[in-house]
Design a protein around this ligand. Structure first.
Ligand SMILES: CN1c2c(nc(N)[nH]c2=O)NC[C@@H]1CNc1ccc(C(=O)N[C@@H](CCC(=O)N[C@@H](CCC(=O)N[C@@H](CCC(=O)O)C(=O)O)C(=O)O)C(=O)O)cc1
Ligand SMILES: N[C@@H](CCS)C(=O)O
Ligand SMILES: [Zn+2]
Length: 803
């Protein structure tokens, strides 16, 4: 039998050595012209095509590339831009302005792309908007792709209209559902033209990416949107001759429900339906539906969000199940489950890992390696996914996994889970519950703090000097001792600034951390980290997710040295600063052989030990960040509760060993809180600092309505913007907060960490925040009015001259 066809759905665009990041940031810094930046970007794009072609991929995604964010690209191309950007000429400069903001023009909001750690710019729509499409950059990229690969190998990636609207927010005060329906009706002609123009360039296939299809199971509204738009969009496409590209509707990040699949299978003009077989139960859906008639099944069997090689023990049974459910006549195409932008580019570059841990490195497959896997898996499918020929097609993969397993503990997933449960059981009644209830312990915590205590979320600017230092340490041009001393000067600066500004709870500033999760990955046993395994997080910003590869444990204290240095420099309480178990798990690549709950518990047990050591070092307030709690939540209601149960338990396991007088903070950002408020309350954190500055008071109102009893730190200003909030801006926020939540339970801070800002932005912003808190305190004391507020502000200003 001939091998099945293979296809890609997109390739990392940041470049093997972050060439795109460097070009874009150089352009922003005025060091590279727009033309030179675009030339650098096109080189990255073209090299990705060459790599895919050389790997023998049959259908290669084109049009998936963009300079900042794919959703933003559509907002700009459709000209669906908020009023404040309407006067700016469309194109690259306007897209960057919408992403990053400008004086008087706040940036578009940024939030998680479905349940990933990639963040997109949220379209801000109004029901009365009129799309004015001009997809110049997208079509020119598709045209270059066709020229480079030949039309027969090019598949044009198009962000589907329903997903675009699903990801948008409506700012006109009306119903978002009505807004989506109205705009979708207007988008039909824009998409008809886009598909026709893309097809006319000679591509073999139009891939309509619609991850929102996976949410249709629980949304009659989404189902209605799909049903109303798709037939109308597709009917105008030529069915033969020039411009008659095949249409592939692509879903990912979960399965689709039976009704949605039946609808897709019956859609006229659609030649292929793509499903994600790495999450949910797409095999079950297919089995219940039966063979696709006259359509190809795009089988997303290579996990686009996992850095691990395909494991024959998993993939061969999966292929057999798919073949059996799809029936012998349905053509099956082997694909990654989604765009490969969620994994790093090339595992072959990881020389350090290959040398130090060859068995781990050998079991990895980043985007470049996954291209080869497509071919091997297609060959295994052609061989019936059984017997010697199938095994031969995947023999290198089997050997890699055998070596990997031999290098780790050898415990099966179940045995590993049982061993972890045993450690938890040994903690007895105190495993998940603090010694005193919140109402009693809060009275013992941090005596002497004022009303509206001020703090920050943890990180301070990661300056070029800090990054240079780390680079020197890596290259061996400075020793650890010198590095530590230099880090201490950054800590001293951060403490000096905070003391001078009059903040109440200080932080050491996280200067020693490249990235919070990467830092803990480097401290913990059982985690591997890469040198060049960058994954785009948003825009030009990247992260290097650690890779969990065996049982996690804490060989030595992780944060105590820096805490002690910081606390020795001030009498104010310094927060111990940790990343929570769920966030470490969700922002790492988990191991494939053990369930996520067990991995979370192992991380929690390590953090529990760290909290004990922090307390022994004199720490009275410890923040355990959980910005990714919500992100890991499955879309399906049935799975959501199970996840939240073990996720919250993992946080409790990490934190409840703290003494009653230790104040435990947590922090959450970049997410919706409304649909997991019960879980947030169950975390039982004494203080929860949440991103809030862009949501008016609605988040706070939801917390209040849900009867949230703990202290809350709603962000008082947006840290993504270089704009410095005034005293009045922050005071107005605090007054508004007071209308929704008891003032005596509010902690004052920014929205998130300040690592991406500059000191010259941070200092005045915090000075104004402290002044605003003082002004509010004065107002509450009843001695005030505006004059006292101004006097308090002046007093704070006069001692804040550290810069
Ligand atoms: C809170 N957020 C986080 C998320 N996920 C995480 N894993 N971590 C997070 O903090 N998800 C949600 C949000 C996303 N937010 C951000 C915010 C900022 C960044 C970011 O700034 N990333 C940096 C990379 C940071 C880093 O590790 N830098 C290294 C330097 C590496 C380097 O480039 N070295 C140079 C030499 C430098 C020199 O000599 O000057 C080189 O090798 O050539 C470090 O600090 O050492 C970014 O720039 O993209 C990400 C997500
Ligand atoms: N403590 C971290 C939290 C980021 S979500 C920081 O301040 O960067
Ligand atoms: Zn944050």
């Amino acid at each position: 039998m001939t091998a099945a066809q293979t296809a890609t759905l997109g390739f990392p665009r940041i470049g093997p050595n972050r060439e795109l990041k460097k070009a874009v940031e150089a352009h922003w810094a005025g060091k590279l012209s727009e033309a030179d930046m675009l030339a650098a970007a096109q080189k990255v794009e073209e090299e990705a095509w060459s790599l895919q072609a050389a790997a023998g991929v049959d259908l290669i995604a084109v049009g998936d590339f963009n300079l900042y964010d794919q959703v933003l690209q559509y907002t700009d191309a459709l000209d669906l831009v908020p009023e404040r950007f309407a006067g700016v000429q469309r194109g690259t400069a306007r897209a960057f302005m919408m992403a990053r903001g400008a004086e008087g023009k706040p940036a578009l909001d940024m939030t998680k792309f479905f349940n990933t750690n990639y963040h997109y710019n949220v379209p801000e729509l109004r029901v009365d908007m009129e799309p004015r499409p001009a997809f110049t950059a997208l079509l020119s990229s598709i045209k270059r792709g066709v020229a480079a690969l030949g039309g027969a190998r090019a598949a044009a990636v198009i962000l589907g209209p329903v997903t675009f609207l699903h990801l948008a927010k409506f700012t006109d005060g009306g119903s978002a559902a009505a807004g989506r329906a109205a705009l979708l009706a207007k988008l039909v002609s824009a998409y008809r033209a886009l598909l026709r123009d893309a097809a006319a360039l000679g591509v073999a296939e139009l891939q309509l990416h619609e991850p929102a299809l996976c949410a249709a199971a629980d949304s009659a509204e989404l189902r209605a949107l799909y049903a109303s738009a798709y037939p109308a969009i597709l009917e105008a496409l030529p069915t033969s001759g020039a411009g008659a590209a095949a249409v592939n509707v692509v879903s990912y990040f979960d399965d689709v429900d039976d009704a949605t699949f039946a609808w897709l299978a019956a859609l006229p003009r659609v030649a292929a339906v793509s499903l994600d077989f790495t999450r949910g139960d797409a095999v079950g859906v297919l089995a219940r539906h039966g063979p696709l008639v006259c359509k190809t099944l795009g089988a997303g069997v290579i996990d686009a969000r996992s850095p691990w090689r395909a494991d024959p023990d998993t993939i061969l049974p999966l292929l057999r199940a798919i073949r059996s459910a799809a029936g012998p006549a349905t053509p099956i195409r082997i694909q990654p489950s989604a765009n490969l932008q969620f994994v790093p580019v090339d595992a072959a570059c990881e020389k350090g890992l290959h040398a130090a841990r060859p068995a781990v490195a050998g079991a990895l497959a980043f985007a470049a390696q996954k291209l080869r896997e497509l071919r091997d898996v297609a060959a295994a499918l052609a061989a019936g996914a059984d017997g010697a020929a199938a095994a031969k097609a995947l023999e290198a993969h089997a050997a890699a996994w055998t070596a990997f397993r031999a290098s780790t503990s050898g415990l099966s997933g179940a045995a590993c889970a049982a061993a972890t449960e045993k450690r938890v059981a040994a903690l007895g009644d105190g495993a998940f519950k603090r010694a005193l209830p919140f109402e009693e312990r809060v009275k013992l915590q941090l005596p002497g703090l004022p009303l509206l205590p001020t703090t920050t979320i943890g990180s301070f600017p990661q300056t070029p000097e800090v990054r240079r230092l780390r680079n020197q340490l890596k290259k061996g041009t400075i020793m650890q001792e010198q590095y530590d001393r230099a880090i201490d000067t950054h800590i001293a600066y951060a403490i000096g600034v905070q003391d001078a500004l009059g903040l109440d709870i200080l932080v050491h500033g996280e200067a020693e951390r490249t990235d919070m999760v990467e830092f803990f990955g480097q401290q913990l046993e059982g985690m591997a980290f890469t040198e060049n395994g960058w994954v785009q997080s948003y825009g030009s910003r990247c992260v290097r997710p650690p890779i969990i590869c065996s049982d996690v444990s804490r060989p030595k204290p992780m944060t105590i040295r820096e805490f002690k240095v910081a606390q020795s420099m001030t009498d104010k309480p310094v927060k111990g600063m940790l990343t929570g178990p769920i966030t470490i798990l969700n922002w790492s690549f988990p191991r494939a052989d053990v369930d996520r709950k067990t991995q979370a518990y192992q991380l929690a047990l390590a953090l529990r030990e760290e909290i004990k050591d922090l307390e022994d070092a004199g720490c009275r307030v410890i923040q355990v960040d959980e910005p990714a709690l919500r992100e890991g939540m499955p879309t399906r209601p049935q799975q959501k509760e199970a996840y939240l149960k073990w996720a919250v338990d993992a946080f409790l396991l990490a934190t409840v060993g703290a003494r009653p007088e230790t104040q435990i903070h947590t922090h959450m950002c970049y997410c919706e809180f409304q649909d997991c408020l019960g879980a947030i309350a169950r975390l039982d954190a004494d203080v929860n600092s949440i991103e809030n500055s862009r949501s008016n008071n609605s988040t706070l109102e939801s917390f209040a309505a849900a009867g949230y009893k703990h202290l809350l730190g709603p962000g008082t200003y947006d840290i993504h913007s270089p704009v410095v909030p005034s005293v009045d801006d922050v005071a107005a926020k605090l007054r508004a907060f007071a209308t929704a939540f008891p003032l005596e339970r509010i902690v004052v801070g920014p929205d998130c960490g300040l690592k991406t800002r500059k000191w010259h932005e941070v200092i005045p912003a915090l000075r104004n925040m402290v002044a605003a808190a003082a002004a509010l305190r004065a107002e509450v004391a009843g001695t005030s009015g505006k004059g006292h507020g101004a006097a308090a502000a002046a007093a704070v200003r006069s001692n804040g001259h550290c810069c």
